[in-house]
Write a protein that binds this ligand. Sequence first.
Ligand SMILES: [Zn+2]
Length: 425
Amino acid sequence: MLYIGANLTKALNSTKEGFFSCTINRNNRYREPLRVLAEEIKSWAKQKTGQGILTPQLLHSDSSSFNMSFKSYPPSILHEITTGDGFGITCKQWIPEGEKKPYPAFLINGYVHDVYCLPTEPRDMVRTLLDEGYETWLLQPRLHPTNPSNDFTMDDIGKYDIPSAIAKVCELHGPSVKIHVIAHCSGGLSIHMALMGGHISPVNIASLSCTNSSMYFKLTKLNLVKLTLPLIHISMAILGKDTILPLIETSKESYRQWILKYISRLMPRYERCTYDECTVVSGVFGNPYWHENITPTLHHWLNRQAQLTLPMSGLRQIAKIGSTGHIVNATGEDVYLTHPERIPLPTLYLSGGRSIVVTPETSLLAHQYMKLHQPGFKHKRVVVDGFGHSDVLFGEESYKKVFPHIISHMKAVEQGLVADSNAKN
Ligand SMILES: [Zn+2]
């Protein structure tokens, strides 16, 4: 441990010296310290996990000549919203054709990648919900590439972004509107912060469905090992004041950003990929999906069209949450799980059975928590075999193996709400 720490420090000091005195020929200057850093991390991860995870595996040949034919997408309304702390976010709204269900669906993405609105896929979540008659809202908070913040916490999303967006839904549908919330990864953490932090009223939530997230966040062994290294702190120190990382290969980048991307490419992971954007993202988060579960067109779109930037500052809190195993505030205080009374809702927690990023314990613990503290509501847990993390939502077969669980949960809740309403009348 000390040996690793000493060499890491040495490597980073060399990198720092090279960085601050750099003039020309940056590749040669950084190569040796970064190589040392990579070897240290690789050997440590191998020792800790005991898994053969470090063998490069090339997937999807570079498809620069790929024939991308974007499928037409239903028209949407873009709402520009100023949050309670004065930040500008956006929310997309789609209105279904034909008969409309009584409660809108409200979608919250994970930290990276849009998982619900996928122009290349004919059966994404947004199209599925519209086909089912749900008015559909998609939150684009301050970590979304269209509204990237240079300095934010996950608390900010729970305290400001989600309440402001729900207020917009209430403005259009009335204060007693109920919405079905569907949230993924960090979006699931944020909606629990919004509810358990007392920032939104559960009265406006008809049901909650979370994929690979909950008030718990149980990381895989590899991601836990990475967290024991102070990589996030090192990354933020390297980035300095500009914490928004450009991802597209052709983007302009500073030396600081170049160094961080270089380091992220060296990180151990389950699968390696020929797309540099994919390599950088999986270096930061671990592989966010199993490649074999998604279509080549989606993979290309995700890497070359969808994710232009990665706002990094929220990762400080994500690291704290990952280390703790459940949601804590930005300073690491346990302010959320102490309020189970603030989440009186029917819930569905869904995990991919082939763990990547987080384990199914994430949904197991949440399900137990809700059954213990809110026994008067329906709570369901599903583990879907063969899926990993984000591929539960944008996998080629998600529409037939994952979405039905979420839709049936929403419909079951609606039937109960209608029955309750009839009983009161
Ligand atoms: Zn890839």
